[in-house]
Design a protein around this ligand. Structure first.
Ligand code: MOS
Length: 758
């Protein structure tokens, strides 16, 4: 049994109980004041002495070769120090096109003159100022051998990818879908298309890289230190302990900072080339290519129901794109594996290679596009049956995970439907579409969608210290993208040590600390939180061993009864009046401090026995101008059950953020590719739309109580991504209910709503 599992098991039936009141409190972000006052230093704010500025030159074609760069002109520009091209780029220990696992992506690191997608880096200009570097990049005036770009879902021939998402099977099957459709009394078939989206956190990828001999220090946003360190160690042929990554603050991530990207590595190469610290920050338009995106999908769903309205068949097929040179396939059909019950389910994926950067996991990968298609199809089927779409969902949601056949570790979806519907006022809904209007004559529509996201865990580690002055330290390399991870994790840390929050020095945000796993997959609080919980348990157990074996301690002999850690003291469990402070125990033992360690990882036995997911139900109201087709989401209520809530304020904020991503998915976000040049035509925030305050007037998240005894010792499920699932479908279904027009291409744009109607 791996060590981490035995530690988890030990803490599930604790000998030493810790009581705390930090978990569950709606604390504000601990670094909030630093952020709002501008005092927080993000990666690009760190300026070591002698630092130079690097700017990428990127390709304006999508496929071909670079035949000329005017390097002389760039070098002659005042302030330009060096131009890095394939001709002088420092050597790497590993070919950037080598790939040994699905989490390793091929990078464009000036290994040759080939262009594989628009906005691919083709040179790096390094200068004394940002302005000089920017001008130098312009002066390169590249020339190309251009080959025709292959863009879109029909660009090239279709094939079956070996795996989808991060290594999931391409196909899954339960029962016989053909038979299920044959016996159905009603069938629908519908095809939905979702657009390409680009992550675009507020803070673009940025790096300040400093070499000191063969030691590398970088300030850069990262959602996963160990992955980044491992990748860099391989590329540069360094031992991982020579690499120091600091990510004190991140301005968002959305998945694109999960792995070290090509441009970040180019910043490091530039620093190596010039022998000075170098800063490289992507311009907003450069985010549309080399740092991942969500690929477009075309999904066909076939559903059958019997005369009672029970599903008899679900067939979900997805076609999606990957780059011409690497593999990542949006696992959208997997959304049909857990949501709705049917005796027959079949899911599959096919791929098409196009001349874009390689897609990557982004805000609910697979689940977000899969969910909008499934929720739309379920809505269409409810209407085909003449049933209220909420009633239809209540009738058909899965009680046991259909494809795997496993029971859920816990599931409070019914409560989510009920509490959400109640709060939203669903029962006042008129079933038929285009029947509701507001006082201004706008069409009003109400839609619902089911939300779900798996309760993943990575592996993480933490180190806990108790000091003779009665304070504690918790150390782990956790990443806070802005979601409040450090606040929630510090709350767990304080409780794990039996101390108040202000007595704990919570240290995080760099790669020299114990690896806390990845801030992704909605698994960070569960993983890092479990590691913290176990590290605290370990140090308290060591402290208790000191006291209970010492005749001079009031706790002497309490070993069998156990102790409780609370308020900086250990108490006898069977007689709480007998206690001793941490400080006294350590002083008498002559120790300045005592240390413990803990790990957090999925309990393999529990995870193979149970299907583990968070659940939710989202209700949306839209108003549509009947003449102009203009749409506004006016109200959203989501009710979510995600196990134990460590910090309700942070969780509500994440869930509301996720619901706003759903609005974005349904109505706003799309990268529009020019099919001729292969370039994104809207690589900026003026034309790549995301919802702003005026687009989302009221969003409410209800936290539905749920106790999951199996998921991990603290009962934590993730909340990072579930908010986008269900929400996009709820908005799309509300648009249908408002207008009677079923738009199957996302985002829904107003031109679709003003087509002449039969
Ligand atoms: Mo995410 S797409 O797991 O950061």
């Amino acid at each position: 049994m791996p060590e981490s599992m035995s530690q988890i098991a030990l803490n599930q039936t604790p000998v030493h109980v810790r009581h705390g009141s930090n978990m569950g409190q709606p604390l504000t972000r601990r670094e909030g004041v630093l952020k709002v006052t501008g005092a927080a230093t993000y990666a690009a704010d760190n300026h070591p002495a002698g630092m130079l500025y690097a700017v990428l030159a990127v390709s304006s074609i999508a496929r071909g070769r670079v035949t000329f760069l005017d390097i002389d002109a760039a070098r002659a520009h005042p302030g330009v120090v060096e131009v890095m091209t394939p001709a002088n780029r420092p050597a790497l220990a590993l070919d950037p096109d080598e790939k040994s696992d699905p989490f390793m992506f091929r990078l464009d690191l000036l290994q040759n003159d080939k262009v594989r997608y628009a906005n691919q880096p083709i040179a790096v200009v390094i200068a004394e100022t940002l302005e000089a570097a920017t001008e130098g990049a312009v002066l390169l005036a590249p020339r190309y051998d251009v080959e025709p770009a292959r863009i879109g879902l029909d660009a090239t021939e279709t094939f079956e990818p070996p795996v989808v998402g991060p290594g999931f099977p391409t196909k899954a099957q339960l029962g016989d879908v053909t038979a299920g459709l044959a016996v159905a009394s009603k069938k629908i078939e519908a095809t939905y298309e979702t657009a390409a989206q680009y992550h675009n956190p507020m803070e673009p990828h940025a790096i300040v890289a400093t070499w000191d001999g063969d030691a590398l220090s970088i300030d850069t946003p990262s959602q996963g230190f160990a992955w980044a360190k491992g990748r860099l160690a391989g590329l540069f042929g360094l031992s991982p302990d020579k690499i120091h990554i600091r990510s004190p603050f991140l301005g968002g991530g959305f998945g694109c900072k999960g792995l070290i990207s090509g441009p970040q590595v180019l910043g490091i190469l530039a620093a190596r080339l010039v022998g000075k610290p170098v800063k490289l920050v992507l311009r907003r338009d450069q985010m549309f290519g080399p740092v991942g995106h969500r690929a477009p999908t075309r999904q066909t769903l076939r559903l059958g129901v019997d005369s009672e309205g029970n599903l008899t068949a679900i067939d979900h097929r997805t076609k999606t794109t990957s780059s011409a040179f690497d593999d990542f396939f949006e696992a959208a059909s997997a959304s049909s594996h857990t949501l709705y019950a049917s005796p027959a389910i079949s899911t599959s994926h096919e791929g098409v290679r196009v001349d874009t950067g390689t897609p990557l996991f982004m805000r609910g990968p697979g689940g977000a596009p899969g969910s909008i298609a499934v929720e739309s199809a379920i809505d269409e089927m409810a209407y085909a049956c003449g049933m209220d779409p909420l009633t239809f969902r209540l009738k058909n949601y899965a009680e046991v995970e259909p494809i795997s056949g496993r029971p859920f570790s816990s599931k409070a979806l019914r409560d989510c439907y009920q509490q959400g519907a109640e709060r939203f006022g669903w029962r006042r809904r008129v079933l038929a579409p285009r029947q509701m209007r507001d006082a201004h004559g706008l069409l009003v529509g109400w839609g619902v969608g089911t939300a779900t996201w798996p309760a993943h865990m990575f592996e993480g580690h933490a180190k806990a210290v108790l000091r003779r002055d009665g304070t504690g330290i918790m150390e782990l390399g956790a990443e806070d993208m802005g979601q409040g991870a450090w606040t929630a994790l510090a709350q767990i840390a304080a409780d794990s040590l039996g101390l108040d929050l202000d007595q704990v020095d919570f240290r995080s945000g760099n790669s020299d600390l114990p690896d806390a796993g990845v801030a992704g997959g909605s698994a960070h609080t569960a993983t890092a939180g479990t590691a913290i919980h176990n590290a605290g348990g370990d140090v308290i157990a060591r402290l208790a061993a000191l006291a209970t074996s010492d005749e001079r301690s009031p706790l002497f002999g309490a070993g069998n009864a156990g102790v409780i850690a609370r308020g900086g003291r250990l108490h006898r469990r069977d007689d709480e009046s007998r206690s001793e402070s941490y400080a006294d125990i350590l002083s008498r033992a002559g120790l300045a401090q005592i240390e413990g360690n803990g790990a957090g990882a999925a309990d393999a036995a529990a995870h193979s026995t149970y299907a583990m997911h968070a659940h939710g139900a989202v209700f949306a109201e839209v108003k549509v101008d009947p003449d102009l087709g203009q749409m506004r989401v006016t109200r959203m209520v989501g009710a979510f059950a995600a196990g134990r809530i460590i910090n309700p304020r942070m969780v509500e904020s994440q869930l509301c953020g996720g619901m706003i991503w759903g609005v974005s998915f349904a109505l706003h976000e799309q990268a529009i590719m020019d099919r001729k040049s292969g370039r994104p035509m809207n690589a900026n925030f003026a034309e790549y739309h995301v919802p702003v305050n005026a687009d989302v007037p009221s969003v409410e998240a209800i936290l539905v109580e749920e106790y999951d005894p199996h998921v991990n010792p603290l009962g934590i499920k993730g909340v990072g991504e579930i908010g986008i699932t269900g929400s996009a479908g709820a908005v799309a279904n509300a648009v249908w209910h408002a207008t009677g027009i079923r738009v199957r291409e996302f985002p829904i744009t107003l031109d679709r709503l003003i087509e002449p109607r039969a």
